[in-house]
Design a protein around this ligand. Structure first.
Ligand code: NAD
Length: 448
């Protein structure tokens, strides 16, 4: 990375001070594909545009980055739009703490690419994007009134972007926050069911993980889940129904762990009568990796597949819900491959979170076929079929599965939406033409 300036070294708070001094409330960075440069709304921000353009790690010709400063609580709010050939950019809004602008920008860029890949590999007609709000340490992030205002302002950002990005729930954001976003925009999903939303995606996500496991077992020619032993790290919202589905599929034993004793107690009670061996562990306890089992299922946090843990894995298959399981996607994907462990890429098997909410505006039917097809064996884009395809190609090309999945996803992400074509790119062009950066909040007064 070529450090061209000091702006990216500022904390988000200091960057906000800079923007205020320059009288900037909204600004953008747009990729001009024809001239292969990143353009910005303000000449004072050229160093950031150069930083983005020269980056070889996280910048992947993102179509647009739109930032705004919230009115009252000095919080940086952004929409990172990666690729929208398949449709409007879709992905959740993260509310997280960042030390520098570089960290903030990198997280948004990286997460937006991740959504492009996850959505494309799912066969859904959505592009990839992510919202990122930088927590201001001087603001109480747990205060409901502050959150109400912040998320309403984020909703205003969505409305101002005219639908090139449709937001959803992500780390640091909850369903109440999404209801607050919804008060200010139609361009959001993951709102509560009482407001017409799709509700908790954890159960479909668990079913998606089961599909991934079944694809891996089929690939290895080792039959079904029946009689197998599965080790599950984490016993939260996804893992709890996952354990239930595993018993339904007649596994012989589940070994599980969680850092939260209350959760362990509850889940053990829920599955009393089944062979569930669950224990409370400390945060850095990795003994679950060493469990003698057929499948290891990471369902807690990311970056848990790394040089320390991979050599200790006893399972032949790794397949779980956690996001970004590989600490370093190339290094650790290759290490699993070399060890002969079949790794089902997380972004393939945990897609049901976004699948469950992405099409919310089309309404609901029981056992929605547009959702169910992802969990069946006969649809070409189902988790099972894509899983098998990825693993077979991985074997044939001697390439780690995550790499194969990314290649397939990248190709799919270039396909244009069958009805609307590259409409979101046209929206972005319209925003630039209409000087989006000179717009502000719809109401200068405080909203609440
Ligand atoms: P959750 O917070 O309900 O559950 C995670 C559990 O892991 C918690 O109970 C926590 O105590 C436990 N945990 C944390 N660190 C641990 C450790 N070191 N060892 C053992 N247990 C640990 O979250 P969730 O909704 O069940 O999601 C699990 C993972 O799947 C997350 O990475 C999430 O991003 C990902 N994911 C979830 C969904 C969804 O629909 N909820 C969709 C896609 C991906």
């Amino acid at each position: 990375m070529n450090k061209t300036n000091d702006l990216i070294d500022l904390s988000p708070g200091q960057f906000i001070d800079f923007l205020k001094k320059e009288n900037i409330t909204r600004c953008y960075f747009i990729y001009d594909a024809k001239n292969e440069i990143v353009r910005t709304s303000h000449k004072q921000l050229l160093p950031i545009a150069e930083f983005i353009q020269n980056d070889k790690r996280d910048f992947m010709m993102h179509e647009g980055i739109f930032l705004q400063v919230s009115r009252k609580y000095d919080t940086l709010q952004g929409a990172f739009i990666h690729r929208t050939n398949r449709g409007q950019a879709a992905g959740g809004v993260r509310y997280w703490s960042y030390k520098t602008m570089e960290e903030y920008l990198r997280d948004g860029l990286r997460l937006a690419v991740g959504m492009t890949m996850k959505n494309a590999l799912s066969g859904i007609w959505w592009g990839g994007g992510k919202g990122v709000m930088a927590q201001n340490p001087a603001v109480d992030k747990n205060n409901p009134m502050i959150r109400l205002l912040l998320y309403q302002e984020f909703g205003e950002l969505m409305s101002s972007l005219r639908g090139c990005y449709v937001t959803a729930e992500d780390v640091g954001t909850d369903v109440t926050d999404m209801a607050n976003v919804f008060m200010k925009t139609r361009f959001t999903t993951c709102i509560p069911p009482r407001l017409g939303g799709s509700g908790n995606p954890s159960v479909p996500t668990a079913r998606g993980v089961i599909s991934g496991m079944e694809a891996a077992l089929e690939f290895l020619g080792t039959g079904t889940l029946s009689g197998k032993t599965v080790a599950v790290q984490g016993m939260g919202h996804v893992a709890t129904p996952l354990i239930g589905y595993l018993f339904e599929k007649d596994v012989s034993r589940v070994v599980a762990c969680d850092i939260n004793p209350h959760i362990v107690k509850e889940v053990v009670e829920q599955y009393s009568g089944y062979d569930l061996n669950a224990k409370v562990v400390s945060l850095d306890d990795t003994s679950i990796f060493q469990t003698e089992c057929d499948i290891f299922s990471p369902c807690a946090t990311g970056a848990i597949l790394n040089p320390k843990t991979i050599p200790t894995i006893k399972a032949k298959i790794v397949c779980g819900a956690a996001n970004n399981q590989l600490e370093d996607s190339e290094r650790d994907g290759q290490a699993l491959f070399n060890k002969g462990v079949v790794y089902v890429p997380d972004f393939l098997t945990n897609r049901m979170g976004i699948v469950n909410c992405a099409n919310e505006q089309y309404g609901y039917v029981n056992n929605d076929p547009f959702i169910e097809q992802h969990l069946q064996k006969d649809w070409e884009f189902s988790i099972y079929r894509v899983g098998l395809k990825v693993l077979q190609e991985s074997r044939a090309t001697k390439t780690p599965p995550a790499e194969v999945a990314l290649r397939i996803a990248n190709e799919l992400s270039m396909q244009n939406h069958p009805i609307f074509g590259p409409r979101s790119q046209q929206i972005i062009n319209s925003l630039v033409d209409d000087k989006w950066h000179e717009t502000s909040f719809s109401d200068k007064k405080q909203i609440i």
